[in-house]
Design a protein around this ligand. Structure first.
Ligand code: 5MY
Ligand code: ATP
Length: 345
């Protein structure tokens, strides 16, 4: 798999161009400024469950999302945990204001949900601090794009938030991720665990091969393309074969709830200097304009870390789920994640 935090063609072409134009693109000038910014986001669960199997005592799961409740459980487990105000439902909302709010929350408390790479190198981000307006590496990146004369009049971090918001709202990747996370998890762990618990030990211990996963995915795709796909089969009426299939679907959903998305940004090149990468954008790629500038950037958005989860994790998923929700109930906190989170100035 290629490294999505860099743009190999850009590195090669840019170097070749710099060497042939030392007076304007020499190592002492633009070559030293960052060329490629990549932001990796682990967006986690993008939906609220609708499963009727959920214990009525846990009905808070219908309004407060897993991530927001989990933050409180992490706070209880880890003394130094700094609670994040990031809500994945804002990120997945397609509403620019909510997406922007979620990105600012991520930048404030990146935890393991946001990583920044500059020319393929990870940048250390502080936790729980206000967004650093003089985030110099971002300033340098945007200076490279607009040049000194058109130096950005807002902080680099604001440019980044604006660009990421536009990309996330217009691209379908996060919507697809949320759609499949939710459709693969129709019954919630509260419905899946009792089925899993009754399986023969051999079945519990058997993790499907890639070919078997492929079959499971095909069955799932047939299911969601059928006319009655909207209505999940009544939990109590599922046959053993169906139960096993839904357990596998749940495990696939777990992978999608834990994967990451990398958004890579680099300057749109002049025809003569970067001709090789000046092609029609494919799916998950495009060109985007920097606000208040005529300069264009290229971007790509890719999914990473989609290795299958083990079936044997289901009991720990159930235990964690119960801990999270029980702890959250004791706090008497009310948060409706279908609504906009607190907005930062
Ligand atoms: O259960 P979660 O939501 O806490 O997710 C785990 C992640 O914790 P997070 O809450 O994102 O900090 C956890 O992330 P960290 O290792 O804590 O960075 C792992 O990604 C874990 O997957 P695996 O066991 O490495 O395959 C993840 O486990 P899975 O649930 O995806 O199996
Ligand atoms: N194609 C890629 N391009 C750039 N970085 C990547 C790519 N794939 C993975 N990474 C980086 O490696 C990290 C770990 O991804 P990987 O798929 O190796 O997960 P893993 O080995 O299961 O580790 P983890 O326990 O974090 O899930 C990602 O969070 C990302 O930072």
């Amino acid at each position: 798999m290629s490294d999505h935090t860099i743009v190999p063609e850009l590195q090669i072409n840019d170097r070749a161009h710099a060497e042939s134009n030392p007076e304007t693109h020499g190592l002492e000038s633009s070559e030293s400024l960052p060329k490629v910014i990549a932001v990796e986001i682990k967006p986690k669960w993008g939906f609220l469950p609708v499963s009727p199997v959920i214990n009525p005592a846990h009905s808070v799961k219908y309004t407060t999302c897993r991530y927001c409740m989990h933050q409180h459980w992490k706070g209880r487990k880890h003394e130094h945990h700094i609670q994040s105000s990031f809500c994945p439902l804002d990120l997945y909302s397609k509403d620019p204001q909510r997406v922007r709010t979620s990105l600012k929350s991520l930048l404030r408390s990146p935890q393991n949900n946001l990583k920044l790479f500059v020319d393929g190198m990870p940048i250390m981000l502080g936790q729980g601090q206000s967004i650093d307006k003089s985030f110099s590496v971002l300033e340098s990146f945007f200076r490279r794009i607009v040049g000194e004369s058109e130096a950005p009049n807002v902080a680099g971090v604001d440019h980044l938030v604006d660009l990421l918001t536009t990309i996330i709202v217009s691209d379908s990747l996060l919507q697809m991720l949320k759609y499949h996370q939710q459709n693969l998890d129709q019954y919630d762990i509260e419905g899946i665990f009792p089925w899993y618990d009754k399986l023969e030990l051999d079945t519990k211990l058997h993790d499907p091969s890639i070919a078997e996963w492929n079959e499971i995915v095909q069955t799932y795709l047939r299911r969601i393309s059928s006319p009655d796909a909207e209505m999940p089969r009544d939990w109590a009426e599922c046959s053993l074969t169906e139960q096993l299939h839904y357990i596998y679907e749940f495990v696939l959903s777990a992978t999608l709830k834990d994967c990451s998305v990398i958004i890579t940004l680099w300057p749109e090149a002049e025809e003569d200097s970067y001709g090789r990468i000046r092609c029609d954008p494919g799916e998950g790629e495009g060109t985007i304009q920097l606000p208040s500038s005529t300069r264009l950037l290229r971007y790509k958005i890719r999914i990473v870390d989609i290795d299958p989860k083990r079936l044997g994790k289901i009991p720990s998923y159930f235990a964690l789920d119960q801990n999270i929700v029980r702890h959250f109930r004791t706090l008497n906190v009310h948060k409706d994640c279908s609504l906009q989170s607190f907005t930062f100035p």
